[in-house]
Design a protein around this ligand. Structure first.
Ligand SMILES: [Zn+2]
Length: 405
């Protein structure tokens, strides 16, 4: 009888195979007189039709559900196979990837900037004879491989230009300033002070906090998501809390993703910097608050949820276009925009898959353990966040050599 009920409640005929397996499981549990596992017993996986309403989210995933397991078994289920195993591990591994990226950024990236400056300094310090300087700079420029820092090549080439007679020892920023839009205002002063200005210290790398804010947002999102997928099956209350935390994590990732883009692009324009950062921060907080409304959790609101988070992401389109209009001549700006385009593509595809529940919609029950839409969504989120990190590195390359004057 249990078998009949379970099969009837499945939504497609193609699910009969699983339905049978699921029903056998159900029969077995009932024979033992227990609908849920108890302390010390091995917990059973159940089928979709056995779930309480608050757990019914995806009717195309038919089986391998954990349902109201004790907390200890719920936590230990991270090491067992069920329909959330890959959801948990995909974002847990993603968390560790971003932890490594954070450590790498803190330990290695500033040194790269420093090594560029010191290399320039070293090369230029050695060029003490003015009549040999241009020839030697030419040799240095030639031996640099195309993959080597384009900034170093540009700076050396600028040193060779007669109209800007910068001291041999100076900051790497000075030649860039000469070529800036203010060149007419600064060139004369530059020439006049060439022989009297004492050597300036090397440029400080631009602040890293916007990039670290993004990395923190990404780690927070991935870790919260991992915990949510692991424990939400424990009880209605844990499901309620962890789902809201999950939305807060997604919002944090989206909001902090804007920070490197806006901060570095509009470094020299506080109005737009504050405008964009304020707007996205308020939008993110509003999204989290709306997510707290219980009706928002209903499966029928899936598209509303997807639309809300999409709107937040799409609002990043404005500062990206603004940045391109202003700084399209900078290769780092073009490169960061390409990464951001890939990021948008990954997130967009992820949201589409999340909302449409493809591919399990086409083959219900066939992707319960591996390959269902939420797992694909997780992978696309990690891919999107990683491309955003690459865009962040482009901003550092840009702003480490061109700041504001
Ligand atoms: Zn998830």
């Amino acid at each position: 009888m249990g078998e009949v009920v379970c099969i009837e409640e499945t939504i497609a005929t193609s699910t009969i195979a699983f339905g049978e397996a699921c029903s056998m499981e159900k029969e077995e549990i009932k024979e033992k007189g227990e609908d849920k596992c108890k302390e010390g017993n091995k917990c059973k996986l159940v089928c979709y039709s056995d779930l309480p309403d608050y757990m019914k989210d995806n009717e195309f995933i038919l089986g391998y559900y954990r349902c109201e397991w004790p907390m200890k078994e719920t936590l230990l289920s991270i090491f067992s196979i069920h329909n959330e195993t890959l959801n948990v591990w995909s974002h847990l591994i993603g968390f560790f990837i971003f932890l490594c990226l954070t450590i790498f950024t803190a330990m290695v990236i500033p040194r790269i900037g420093g090594s560029i400056s010191s290399k320039i300094q070293q090369n230029l310090d050695q060029l003490v004879e003015p009549n040999r300087r241009e020839a030697q700079l030419g040799v240095i420029a030639t031996i640099l491989s195309p993959s080597h820092d384009e900034q170093l090549r540009e700076i050396i080439q600028m040193q060779m230009q007669p109209q800007c007679s910068w001291p041999l020892i100076g900051t790497t920023e000075i030649p860039t300033t000469c070529r800036s839009s203010h060149v007419n205002n600064h060139t004369n002063a530059c020439v006049q002070t060439t022989k009297t200005t004492p050597p300036a210290p090397g440029p400080e790398p631009i602040t890293r906090w916007p990039l670290f804010a993004f990395l923190s947002g990404a780690m927070f999102c991935l870790l919260i998501s991992t915990i949510c997928h692991l424990i939400s099956c424990h009880s209605e209350q844990t499901a309620y809390i962890s789902l809201r935390l999950d939305y807060a994590g997604i919002s944090a990732l989206i909001v902090t993703s804007f920070y490197p883009l806006v901060y570095y692009s509009f470094l020299c324009d506080p109005f737009y910097r504050h405008l964009y950062m304020g707007f996205i921060t308020i939008f993110g907080i509003a999204t989290v608050l709306v997510s707290m409304v219980p009706v928002f959790q209903m499966p029928s609101f899936r598209h509303v949820r997807a639309a809300l988070f999409s709107c937040m992401g799409v609002s990043g389109f404005v500062p990206v276009v603004h940045k391109l209009i202003w700084f399209h001549y900078r290769p780092e700006v073009v490169a960061s925009t390409v990464f951001e385009a890939f990021m948008g593509m990954f997130y967009g595809l992820g949201v589409m898959i999340y909302a449409t529940r493809v591919p399990e919609r086409w083959f219900p029950g066939k992707f319960d353990l591996v390959g269902h839409s939420h797992q694909l969504f997780h992978l696309l989120v990690i891919a999107g966040a990683y491309t955003h990190y690459l865009a962040g590195l482009e901003y550092l390359k840009w702003r480490d050599v061109q700041q504001c004057w």
